[in-house]
Design a protein around this ligand. Structure first.
Ligand SMILES: Nc1ncnc2c1ncn2[C@@H]1O[C@H](COP(=O)(O)OP(=O)(O)OP(=O)(O)O)[C@@H](O)[C@H]1O
Length: 252
């Protein structure tokens, strides 16, 4: 299996002098193409910082991050932002959509950037994705006129616009009620089944139970991991239980 992103002995530190703290402490990990992976661990253990490092959202203090066979630890911000825009999709707890644009315009924004001559094709793609996630009728709505779950669906469409190789999600269901959260996880499962690699940070064992590999972090290190068979829509409670047992066993 090909590796899509890897970290080699990465350290991320904050502070200076005696106050310096390694929030990531010599982390090495490989994420393979097509995998569906969750990062779990206590608050402050470094989950989001690891995701920021793997996605080139933030530079590491030392060590190497290789994305799609390219060392991204030291390339300039402009090139990095092109890689993020063209090859990665991001879904956050609260989608960062623009208030002065309607839902459709928010979705097409990352794709239309620098590619205005293909506006027609881009619109078509956006409409196809909106149909897929069930928000076709919301095209012209203002982002304040839709529910949290609908907003997250729009955020997912936006993340998929450039056919990313990987989707990074930071607590993507954290702000949703349990029904919307399940629907959003169904979408992630479909997106992964279509071949897109997904890496999610989550506190929620029910979310992690949808994935096939869970990395457990503590104090800036990956201290353990577990694998699950690909989710086939059954026995979610059994999977949740396995994760909880594992977390108790390793004390995270
Ligand atoms: N820019 C920063 N400056 C200083 N410290 C930071 C910065 N960003 C993160 N930290 C610290 O790094 C540690 C890890 O943060 P991170 O957000 O990665 O943890 P997390 O596991 O994602 O936590 P949570 O589950 O609460 O979101 C925390 O102690 C945090 O305070």
């Amino acid at each position: 299996m090909n590796t899509i992103v890897s970290a080699e002995h990465i350290v991320k530190s904050f502070g200076e002098g005696n106050e310096i703290r390694n929030v990531l402490d010599e982390v090495s990990v490989e994420i393979n193409e097509g995998e569906f992976v969750a990062i779990m661990g206590p608050s402050g253990s470094g989950k989001s910082t690891l995701m920021f490092a793997l996605s080139g959202t933030d530079y590491v203090s030392s060590g190497k991050v290789v994305f799609d066979s390219k060392d991204i630890s030291e390339i300039n911000e402009e090139k990095l932002s092109d890689i993020r825009r063209l090859k990665m999709g991001f879904v956050f707890q609260h989608p960062t959509l623009l208030k002065n644009l309607n839902i459709l315009d928010n979705i097409i924004l990352p794709a239309i950037h620098g590619d205005r001559k293909n506006a027609g094709k881009i619109m078509k793609k956006a409409r196809m994705l909106m149909k897929k996630v069930g928000i076709s009728e919301l095209e012209t709505r203002d982002i304040t006129q839709v529910s949290g779950g609908q907003l997250q669906r729009a955020g997912i469409c936006r993340a998929l616009m450039n056919n990313p190789k990987i989707i990074f999600g930071d607590e993507p269901t954290g702000a949703l009620n349990s029904k919307s959260a399940e629907e959003i996880m169904d979408l992630f499962s479909e997106i992964n089944a279509d071949g897109t690699t997904i890496l999610l940070v989550t506190h929620d064992a029910k979310v992690a139970a949808r994935t096939e590999r869970i990395l457990f972090m503590q104090d800036g290190k990956i201290v353990n991991e577990m694998k699950l068979p690909k989710f086939d829509g059954t026995n979610i409670n059994g999977r949740v239980e396995k994760i909880i047992v594992k977390m108790r066993e390793i004390g995270v």
